[in-house]
Design a protein around this ligand. Structure first.
Ligand SMILES: [Zn+2]
Ligand SMILES: [Zn+2]
Length: 224
């Protein structure tokens, strides 16, 4: 297990490693999404892998993240901008356990592949919503400060995903792609709103929730 230095009140640290914006000099921006989740006493989780392996590996290296130290890889859905870096990263993270939606049908160079259909506990405090609308799973992080959701593209809809995640506790925040989501009232209760790569209404969301909306981009670090 990879121990990290994290603020005492927090349970998780999320680092965006792939996005169509970059917030740290030297990181490459490209269409797609990936983020790393770490915490005390939890495995290192890579959620999605962006569009291109070369960019994913470049960004990880620049952020000082060794691919071989990744314990778990969770794939939200089978679109290229989330799976493109998967085989390249698996070639370096041979011991990683893979959680994929049951519809993703490619050969993987690792042994431990778990195909997710229903909501499932991945590790203590880390859950999958299960495959929603037969396309996409979201990752749920549940700690002492509440429940946070990490999403890929939100094809099933942000509202549906928030609803599915609420079975694990009161949802406090969401990070990831919101796609065409514009039912903004559904975000009223959240204290962290971080719309990433494919979110069409980033500006509107930032305007409505200036204090709680966080600008996404590669290099962003959020402690939860
Ligand atoms: Zn997608
Ligand atoms: Zn996407």
């Amino acid at each position: 297990m990879h121990e990290i230095d994290i603020n005492e009140e927090n349970n998780f640290r999320v680092t965006v490693v792939y996005d169509n914006e970059a917030l740290v000099e030297g990181l490459e921006a490209d269409w797609g999404f990936a983020c790393l989740i770490e915490g005390r006493g939890i495995p290192r989780v890579l959620f999605d892998t962006g569009n291109r392996g070369t960019i994913l590996l470049h960004n990880l290296e620049l952020l000082g993240i060794d691919p071989a130290s990744i314990d778990l890889i969770v794939i939200s859905h089978a679109h290229m901008d989330h799976t493109g870096g998967l085989v390249p990263i698996l070639n370096l993270a041979r011991n990683a356990t893979l959680y994929i939606p049951s519809s993703l049908n490619i050969e993987f160079p690792v042994k431990n592949v778990i195909r997710v259909k229903r909501p499932v506990q991945i590790r203590k405090g880390i859950y999958s919503t299960g495959k929603l609308d037969d396309i996409e799973q979201a990752l749920v992080l549940s700690g002492t400060r509440g429940v946070y959701v990490i999403v890929g593209c939100s094809h099933p809809g942000v509202g549906k995903i928030l609803n599915a995640a609420s079975r694990f506790g009161h949802v406090k925040g969401i990070i990831g792609g919101f796609h065409g989501f514009n039912d903004f009232g559904k975000l009223n209760d959240l204290s962290i709103i971080c719309p990433c790569h494919c979110s069409q209404y980033k500006k509107e969301i930032a305007g409505l929730f200036p204090e709680r909306c966080i600008r996404c981009g590669a290099g962003l670090v959020i402690e939860l």
